[in-house]
Design a protein around this ligand. Structure first.
Ligand SMILES: [Zn+2]
Length: 107
């Protein structure tokens, strides 16, 4: 969380004197992130910074698996999955584990 906040501060520092009004993070549904805990942590670490009081928003990224057999991407929220098109087991996750800064809005 502190690394996400330092990204916010770096971003705001290039626009001197402006305050951060909104921070949007993209978090994969498999990232294992507790959004409520993250929101609380943001409130704490942003105190006294340009991001204090900013709205904190999370965009959830659905888990997508990729089938190596037929090349299809399909939604999966399970760690063990079977391709719905060709029935091949396995594959790899294409998205769903990320945690990144999506957008920052300044006043
Ligand atoms: Zn397949």
């Amino acid at each position: 969380m502190e690394s996400a906040l330092s990204l916010v501060q770096d971003h705001a520092a290039t626009r001197r004197g402006r305050r951060v009004t909104r921070v949007v993070l993209r978090i994969g549904e498999l990232a294992g992130v507790d959004v409520d805990a993250l929101r609380f942590a943001f409130d704490v670490v942003s105190r006294g910074t340009v991001a204090e009081g900013a709205a904190f928003q999370v965009e959830e990224v659905p888990a997508l698996a990729h089938c190596g057999e037929c090349g299809r991407d399909f939604a999966s929220d399970d760690l063990v999955f079977i391709c719905p098109t060709c029935g091949a087991p396995g594959g790899e996750f294409r998205s769903g584990r990320e945690m990144e800064l999506s957008r920052i809005e300044l006043s």
